[in-house]
Write a protein that binds this ligand. Structure first.
Ligand code: SF4
Ligand code: SF4
Length: 143
């Protein structure tokens, strides 16, 4: 992948909550076993109950957060109610491989959508972007 973002990218989340809403294919928040356990602990419920109430399984058997009325069930008035325990994918957005694969993809899927990316500062370093991409990919590989 070309690192067109090698000088870093400006980003500062405005906490608008838009990225917690479904956008067709982009409505998928994968949650692996460790992430589900962390969220269940945070909510003080059993893992099986967490799975039943808050997740769905896709055709490959991977668990995803359940979205209702077009948004994640943990979103309340633009606030993530499980912020301290939210999955890696939520913490690292928009520094995902698929969004950074080209300037064009980043423009369409991030800059045109997320107000936090349309800023001048602070700049997230290439090193931090790389680390977040790797963390996201590793979380996706876990089941
Ligand atoms: S869309 Fe961007 S600014 Fe809004 S909550 Fe998501 S990351 Fe933050
Ligand atoms: S877990 Fe929190 S940050 Fe992630 S999609 Fe749901 S509300 Fe948004």
């Amino acid at each position: 992948m070309s690192e067109w973002w090698k000088d870093g990218l400006p980003f500062s989340c405005t906490q608008c909550g838009k990225c917690c809403h479904g956008r067709g294919e982009v409505a998928n928040v994968n949650v692996n076993y460790a992430e589900r356990q962390k969220m269940a602990d945070f909510l003080d419920i059993k893992l099986a109950e967490f799975n039943r109430l808050y997740t769905r399984q896709n055709e490959d058997g991977h668990r995803l957060l359940r979205f209702v009325d077009g948004h994640c069930t943990f979103l309340e008035e633009a606030v993530c109610t499980i912020h301290e325990a939210k999955p890696v994918q939520c913490r690292t957005w928009p520094f995902w491989e698929e969004l950074l694969e080209s300037k064009d993809a980043y423009q369409k899927q991030v800059l045109d959508f997320c107000p936090g990316s349309d800023v001048e500062t602070p700049v997230v370093s290439a090193e931090s972007i790389r680390a977040q991409m790797e963390e996201t990919e590793a979380a996706l590989l876990d089941d």
